[in-house]
Design a protein around this ligand. Structure first.
Ligand SMILES: [Zn+2]
Length: 286
Protein backbone atom coordinates (compact mmCIF):
# COMPACT_ATOMS: atom_id res chain seq x y z
CA UNK A 1 0.00 0.00 0.00
CA UNK A 2 2.75 2.57 0.76
CA UNK A 3 4.15 1.85 -2.73
CA UNK A 4 0.78 2.64 -4.27
CA UNK A 5 0.52 5.90 -2.32
CA UNK A 6 4.05 6.86 -3.39
CA UNK A 7 3.28 6.12 -7.06
CA UNK A 8 0.06 8.09 -6.84
CA UNK A 9 1.87 11.05 -5.24
CA UNK A 10 4.49 10.98 -7.99
CA UNK A 11 1.84 10.98 -10.77
CA UNK A 12 -0.09 13.78 -9.07
CA UNK A 13 3.19 15.69 -8.75
CA UNK A 14 3.84 15.43 -12.50
CA UNK A 15 0.34 16.80 -13.20
CA UNK A 16 1.08 19.75 -10.90
CA UNK A 17 4.45 20.07 -12.68
CA UNK A 18 2.55 20.39 -15.97
CA UNK A 19 0.55 23.25 -14.42
CA UNK A 20 3.82 24.80 -13.15
CA UNK A 21 5.02 24.99 -16.76
CA UNK A 22 2.03 27.22 -17.44
CA UNK A 23 2.77 29.30 -14.32
CA UNK A 24 6.43 29.68 -15.39
CA UNK A 25 5.45 30.85 -18.87
CA UNK A 26 2.54 33.12 -17.97
CA UNK A 27 2.97 34.66 -14.50
CA UNK A 28 5.98 36.87 -15.47
CA UNK A 29 3.94 38.19 -18.43
CA UNK A 30 0.99 38.95 -16.14
CA UNK A 31 -1.25 36.52 -18.05
CA UNK A 32 -4.06 34.32 -16.74
CA UNK A 33 -2.92 30.85 -15.72
CA UNK A 34 -6.31 29.25 -16.43
CA UNK A 35 -7.27 30.77 -19.78
CA UNK A 36 -6.67 30.29 -22.67
CA UNK A 37 -5.73 26.62 -23.16
CA UNK A 38 -2.07 25.89 -23.91
CA UNK A 39 -1.23 26.39 -27.58
CA UNK A 40 1.69 25.36 -29.74
CA UNK A 41 4.11 28.30 -30.05
CA UNK A 42 4.71 27.39 -33.69
CA UNK A 43 1.25 26.91 -35.20
CA UNK A 44 -1.00 28.27 -32.38
CA UNK A 45 -2.96 25.02 -32.45
CA UNK A 46 -4.58 24.28 -29.03
CA UNK A 47 -2.86 21.31 -27.38
CA UNK A 48 -5.27 18.38 -26.91
CA UNK A 49 -5.52 16.74 -23.49
CA UNK A 50 -3.98 13.52 -24.82
CA UNK A 51 -0.95 15.49 -26.02
CA UNK A 52 -0.68 17.15 -22.61
CA UNK A 53 -0.13 14.05 -20.45
CA UNK A 54 2.90 14.82 -18.24
CA UNK A 55 6.22 13.45 -19.53
CA UNK A 56 4.59 10.69 -21.64
CA UNK A 57 3.20 12.99 -24.35
CA UNK A 58 6.55 14.69 -24.76
CA UNK A 59 8.25 11.29 -25.11
CA UNK A 60 5.63 9.88 -27.51
CA UNK A 61 5.76 13.00 -29.70
CA UNK A 62 9.58 13.02 -29.43
CA UNK A 63 9.56 16.62 -28.19
CA UNK A 64 7.65 18.03 -31.16
CA UNK A 65 4.23 19.55 -31.83
CA UNK A 66 1.82 17.02 -33.35
CA UNK A 67 0.56 19.34 -36.07
CA UNK A 68 3.58 21.47 -37.10
CA UNK A 69 6.56 19.52 -35.64
CA UNK A 70 7.96 22.61 -33.82
CA UNK A 71 10.41 21.47 -31.15
CA UNK A 72 9.07 21.57 -27.58
CA UNK A 73 11.80 22.24 -24.99
CA UNK A 74 13.05 19.36 -22.83
CA UNK A 75 12.34 21.68 -19.93
CA UNK A 76 8.63 20.85 -20.00
CA UNK A 77 9.00 17.16 -19.09
CA UNK A 78 11.88 18.11 -16.74
CA UNK A 79 9.64 20.42 -14.68
CA UNK A 80 6.96 17.68 -14.66
CA UNK A 81 9.49 15.11 -13.41
CA UNK A 82 10.76 17.51 -10.73
CA UNK A 83 7.13 18.10 -9.64
CA UNK A 84 6.69 14.34 -9.36
CA UNK A 85 9.93 13.98 -7.40
CA UNK A 86 8.92 16.78 -5.00
CA UNK A 87 5.55 15.13 -4.29
CA UNK A 88 7.27 11.78 -3.78
CA UNK A 89 9.78 13.22 -1.30
CA UNK A 90 7.02 15.05 0.61
CA UNK A 91 4.93 11.86 0.95
CA UNK A 92 7.94 9.71 1.89
CA UNK A 93 8.86 12.23 4.62
CA UNK A 94 5.40 12.90 6.03
CA UNK A 95 3.13 10.10 4.77
CA UNK A 96 -0.16 11.04 3.10
CA UNK A 97 -0.89 14.06 5.29
CA UNK A 98 -1.55 17.78 5.30
CA UNK A 99 2.12 18.31 6.22
CA UNK A 100 3.12 16.49 3.01
CA UNK A 101 0.72 18.64 0.99
CA UNK A 102 2.12 21.81 2.58
CA UNK A 103 5.73 20.77 1.89
CA UNK A 104 4.86 19.89 -1.69
CA UNK A 105 3.21 23.31 -2.15
CA UNK A 106 6.44 24.94 -0.94
CA UNK A 107 8.65 22.83 -3.23
CA UNK A 108 6.35 23.37 -6.24
CA UNK A 109 6.31 27.15 -5.75
CA UNK A 110 10.11 27.21 -5.37
CA UNK A 111 10.37 25.15 -8.56
CA UNK A 112 8.24 27.64 -10.51
CA UNK A 113 10.12 30.62 -9.05
CA UNK A 114 13.49 29.08 -9.96
CA UNK A 115 12.65 28.67 -13.63
CA UNK A 116 11.00 32.10 -13.80
CA UNK A 117 14.19 33.62 -12.34
CA UNK A 118 16.35 31.71 -14.87
CA UNK A 119 14.17 33.01 -17.73
CA UNK A 120 13.48 36.57 -16.67
CA UNK A 121 15.74 37.47 -13.68
CA UNK A 122 12.54 38.23 -11.81
CA UNK A 123 10.90 36.65 -8.78
CA UNK A 124 7.30 37.86 -9.14
CA UNK A 125 5.66 39.23 -5.99
CA UNK A 126 2.53 37.44 -7.22
CA UNK A 127 4.27 34.23 -6.08
CA UNK A 128 6.70 35.22 -3.31
CA UNK A 129 4.21 37.16 -1.15
CA UNK A 130 1.50 34.43 -1.20
CA UNK A 131 4.30 31.94 -0.39
CA UNK A 132 5.27 34.10 2.59
CA UNK A 133 1.64 34.37 3.75
CA UNK A 134 1.12 30.61 3.36
CA UNK A 135 4.31 29.97 5.35
CA UNK A 136 3.02 32.04 8.28
CA UNK A 137 -0.46 30.50 8.16
CA UNK A 138 0.73 26.90 7.86
CA UNK A 139 3.36 27.42 10.59
CA UNK A 140 0.54 28.60 12.85
CA UNK A 141 -1.21 25.32 11.96
CA UNK A 142 2.00 23.40 12.76
CA UNK A 143 2.40 22.11 9.18
CA UNK A 144 5.86 23.54 8.33
CA UNK A 145 9.43 23.07 9.54
CA UNK A 146 9.21 26.36 11.49
CA UNK A 147 9.04 25.69 15.24
CA UNK A 148 6.00 27.94 15.80
CA UNK A 149 4.13 30.94 14.41
CA UNK A 150 6.60 33.19 16.24
CA UNK A 151 9.55 31.24 14.80
CA UNK A 152 8.00 31.59 11.36
CA UNK A 153 7.41 35.34 11.76
CA UNK A 154 10.98 35.78 13.01
CA UNK A 155 12.25 33.82 10.00
CA UNK A 156 10.25 36.01 7.62
CA UNK A 157 11.27 39.26 9.34
CA UNK A 158 14.96 38.48 9.83
CA UNK A 159 15.18 37.03 6.31
CA UNK A 160 13.67 40.17 4.83
CA UNK A 161 15.85 42.55 6.85
CA UNK A 162 19.07 40.63 6.17
CA UNK A 163 18.72 40.68 2.39
CA UNK A 164 17.16 44.16 2.31
CA UNK A 165 20.24 45.41 4.17
CA UNK A 166 22.59 43.66 1.73
CA UNK A 167 20.61 45.06 -1.22
CA UNK A 168 20.70 48.56 0.30
CA UNK A 169 24.44 48.42 1.06
CA UNK A 170 25.17 47.04 -2.40
CA UNK A 171 23.24 49.80 -4.09
CA UNK A 172 24.29 52.77 -1.95
CA UNK A 173 27.83 51.83 -0.89
CA UNK A 174 29.18 49.50 -3.58
CA UNK A 175 27.18 51.23 -6.34
CA UNK A 176 26.11 47.96 -7.86
CA UNK A 177 23.08 45.80 -7.50
CA UNK A 178 24.13 42.98 -5.19
CA UNK A 179 20.65 41.55 -4.70
CA UNK A 180 17.28 42.27 -6.25
CA UNK A 181 14.21 42.81 -4.11
CA UNK A 182 12.81 39.60 -5.54
CA UNK A 183 15.52 37.77 -3.57
CA UNK A 184 14.61 39.75 -0.43
CA UNK A 185 10.97 38.57 -0.56
CA UNK A 186 12.00 35.04 -1.50
CA UNK A 187 14.32 34.69 1.51
CA UNK A 188 11.59 36.17 3.70
CA UNK A 189 9.12 33.56 2.38
CA UNK A 190 11.67 30.76 2.94
CA UNK A 191 12.21 32.03 6.50
CA UNK A 192 8.46 31.84 7.11
CA UNK A 193 8.51 28.15 6.15
CA UNK A 194 11.72 27.15 7.93
CA UNK A 195 12.07 29.48 10.92
CA UNK A 196 14.88 31.94 11.62
CA UNK A 197 17.53 29.38 12.59
CA UNK A 198 17.52 27.90 9.08
CA UNK A 199 18.28 31.21 7.36
CA UNK A 200 22.05 31.11 7.75
CA UNK A 201 22.54 27.53 6.50
CA UNK A 202 20.14 28.24 3.61
CA UNK A 203 22.11 31.36 2.62
CA UNK A 204 25.42 29.46 3.00
CA UNK A 205 24.23 26.55 0.84
CA UNK A 206 22.82 28.95 -1.77
CA UNK A 207 25.94 31.14 -1.93
CA UNK A 208 28.32 28.19 -2.05
CA UNK A 209 26.50 26.48 -4.91
CA UNK A 210 25.78 29.75 -6.71
CA UNK A 211 29.51 30.55 -6.62
CA UNK A 212 30.53 27.09 -7.85
CA UNK A 213 28.03 27.19 -10.72
CA UNK A 214 28.86 30.81 -11.57
CA UNK A 215 32.60 30.03 -11.71
CA UNK A 216 31.99 26.87 -13.73
CA UNK A 217 29.92 28.84 -16.26
CA UNK A 218 32.63 31.47 -16.56
CA UNK A 219 35.31 28.80 -17.07
CA UNK A 220 33.17 27.09 -19.69
CA UNK A 221 32.43 30.43 -21.33
CA UNK A 222 28.77 29.64 -20.95
CA UNK A 223 27.64 32.36 -18.57
CA UNK A 224 24.50 33.86 -19.98
CA UNK A 225 24.79 37.54 -20.90
CA UNK A 226 21.05 38.02 -20.58
CA UNK A 227 17.65 36.34 -20.68
CA UNK A 228 18.02 35.48 -24.37
CA UNK A 229 17.78 31.73 -24.63
CA UNK A 230 14.50 31.15 -22.84
CA UNK A 231 12.87 28.00 -24.23
CA UNK A 232 9.83 28.02 -26.49
CA UNK A 233 6.62 28.57 -24.58
CA UNK A 234 3.48 26.71 -25.67
CA UNK A 235 1.17 29.58 -24.73
CA UNK A 236 -0.13 32.69 -26.38
CA UNK A 237 2.53 35.43 -26.44
CA UNK A 238 1.53 38.90 -25.41
CA UNK A 239 3.05 42.34 -25.06
CA UNK A 240 5.72 42.45 -22.33
CA UNK A 241 4.40 43.93 -19.09
CA UNK A 242 5.05 47.59 -18.42
CA UNK A 243 7.89 47.35 -15.93
CA UNK A 244 10.26 50.07 -14.78
CA UNK A 245 13.06 47.48 -14.74
CA UNK A 246 12.28 46.34 -18.29
CA UNK A 247 15.51 47.78 -19.68
CA UNK A 248 17.62 46.30 -16.87
CA UNK A 249 20.34 44.07 -18.28
CA UNK A 250 21.75 41.36 -16.01
CA UNK A 251 25.46 41.71 -15.25
CA UNK A 252 27.74 39.72 -17.48
CA UNK A 253 28.88 36.35 -16.13
CA UNK A 254 26.13 36.37 -13.51
CA UNK A 255 23.62 33.73 -12.55
CA UNK A 256 20.29 34.57 -10.89
CA UNK A 257 20.32 33.84 -7.15
CA UNK A 258 16.69 32.71 -6.77
CA UNK A 259 17.22 29.11 -7.95
CA UNK A 260 20.11 28.71 -5.49
CA UNK A 261 18.02 30.03 -2.58
CA UNK A 262 15.34 27.51 -3.57
CA UNK A 263 17.88 24.67 -3.76
CA UNK A 264 19.48 25.74 -0.45
CA UNK A 265 16.08 25.80 1.29
CA UNK A 266 15.09 22.35 0.01
CA UNK A 267 18.52 20.90 0.84
CA UNK A 268 18.31 22.18 4.40
CA UNK A 269 14.78 20.87 4.65
CA UNK A 270 15.41 17.46 3.13
CA UNK A 271 19.12 16.70 3.70
CA UNK A 272 19.57 18.32 7.11
CA UNK A 273 20.49 15.05 8.84
CA UNK A 274 23.10 14.24 6.22
CA UNK A 275 24.51 17.80 6.18
CA UNK A 276 24.81 17.96 9.97
CA UNK A 277 26.49 14.56 9.94
CA UNK A 278 28.99 15.81 7.33
CA UNK A 279 29.59 19.20 9.00
CA UNK A 280 28.78 18.83 12.73
CA UNK A 281 29.14 22.58 13.30
CA UNK A 282 25.88 23.02 11.38
CA UNK A 283 23.98 21.37 14.23
CA UNK A 284 23.70 24.73 16.04
CA UNK A 285 21.18 25.77 13.35
CA UNK A 286 18.83 22.83 13.89
ZN1 LIG B 1 2.55 23.35 -33.74
Amino acid sequence: MPGLIAAYAFLLGTVVGSFLNVVIARVPAGESIVHPRSRCPGCRFPIAWYDNVPVLSWLLLRGRCRSCRTRISFRYPLVELLGGAAALVAVLRHGPSLAALAEFALAATLLALSFIDLDTWLLPHALTIPLLAAGLLLSWAGLTAAPSLIGSALGAGIGWLTFALIAFIGERVLRKEALGFGDVWLLSAIGAWTGAAALLPVILLASLQGTVVGLALILLGRAQPGPTDAPVEPVAPSAPPADPDADWVPPRNAVPFGPFLAIGALEWLWLQGFLVHAVPALSIFR
